[in-house]
Design a protein around this ligand. Structure first.
Ligand code: H2U
Ligand code: ZN
Length: 354
């Protein structure tokens, strides 16, 4: 029997944030792969699309007209999943088998830029900073609603992730209750903090920086890495260096650091297969109620692509019924992302010079 090698032998890894396991089967990637990059025909979009419901001055599907905005633009979702005035159903005891609770909420859409043809990766850091500032304001405002439980800020990018419109935009769903994933992370981070007196992610980030194996990019205020327990092939986390619990605690400089790391990470993603890289991403931060003990602001990026622009990873079968599984190791994924240029491929001249 040979010694255990995480780069070769099937094993499972523990996610201390959710307290769940992920199966890693690296031997499956040892089948020959020619590393071919399947390029999509370069997608050219106009700066303004008269048929886009998010472009400045256009009429949305709900009938309202967008202002002629010139930076970031936020509006209440015309087809909101959650509504503020939701009536409560008849109260059910916690041991009932048919249990329901009202879920009042507020849903908003955040247009990142008036430019129809851009994405976060192709916006400049200053423009991304305006998006960061908007997220901070929205989080603060929605957290002040007395019944608010949690403000989830996220972006679905690309048709593969169910995004309905290529105009750069994200969403905010703010709900009275704390959603499942956030509740798991709250419990784990709270327990860790009470036991160690430091946040789980401060200790984790320090260990990752020491190892370096899974780091992708870093600046003075934020780091991007492939978590040890990543499920999606090129999943990453963006972690604040200082254990701020939520966006409003970030200093002016830290907000700038967040904008810069977002530019860097999304650029590397696009450069991986030289396409506009699809993902779902979002923030995890302190819920609106309670002390938020142990909370450490971070983002998760969940991209579905595996080997190329056209081969995606499906979470089916075993993943749906048993537990998540991955082939390419987090270490290999991080090494590939780290090796990519931080200049966007569409901004390169034919000679490869900036
Ligand atoms: P995606 O990011 O998943 O594509 O969602 C876009 C959101 O924009 C979606 O929630 C909303 C949809 O309800 N929307 C409006 O609020 N107004 C419109 O005119 C079209 C889309
Ligand atoms: Zn548009």
């Amino acid at each position: 029997m040979t010694a255990f090698d995480a780069a070769q032998h099937p094993h499972r890894r523990f996610n201390p944030l959710t307290r769940e396991w992920v199966l890693v089967s690296p031997h499956r990637t040892q089948r020959p792969w020619h590393g071919q990059v399947e390029k999509h025909a370069a997608e050219e979009r106009p700066q303004y699309d008269p048929g886009c419901y998010l472009c400045p001055g256009n009429i949305r599907a709900g009938g309202a007209r967008n202002p002629s905005y010139s930076s970031v633009f936020v509006f209440d979702n015309d087809f909101a999943t959650l509504l503020p005035g939701t009536p409560a159903p008849v109260a059910t005891p916690p041991d009932a088998l048919f249990r329901a609770e009202a879920e009042p909420g507020i849903c908003r859409v955040v247009c990142f830029s008036p430019r129809h043809d851009l994405t976060l990766a192709e916006m400049d850091v200053e423009a991304i900073r305006a998006v960061v500032d908007c997220w901070v304001e929205q989080y603060s405002e929605l957290n002040r609603v007395p019944w608010m439980g949690y403000v989830q800020i996220f972006e679905n990018r690309g048709a593969m992730m169910g995004c309905s419109n290529p105009h750069p935009h994200g969403q905010i769903w703010a709900s009275a209750s704390v959603p499942n994933e956030v509740a798991k992370e709250s419990a784990a981070q709270g327990d860790y903090f009470r036991e160690h007196g430091r946040t789980l992610l401060a200790d984790y980030l320090a260990a990752e920086e020491k190892s370096g194996e899974r780091m992708v990019a870093a600046n003075e205020h934020f780091a991007a890495l492939v978590p040890y327990w990543a499920v999606w092939p090129f999943e990453t986390m963006v972690v604040a260096r200082r254990p701020a619990a939520a966006l409003p605690e970030l200093s002016d400089e830290e907000r700038g650091g967040l904008a810069a790391i977002l530019k860097e990470l999304t650029t590397r993603y696009d450069n991986l297969f030289e396409i506009s890289f699809p993902y779902s991403m979002g923030f995890h931060q302190r819920p609106a109620q309670g002390t938020g003990e142990g909370w450490h602001l971070h983002m998760h990026f969940h991209p579905p692509l595996l080997r190329s622009a056209t081969v995606r990873k499906f979470l089916v079968g075993y993943e749906m019924l048993a537990m998540p599984q991955r082939d390419i190791t987090p270490e290999a994924a991080a090494a590939r992302l780290r090796a990519l240029p931080s200049l966007h491929y569409r901004q390169r001249t034919p000679e490869g010079e900036p």
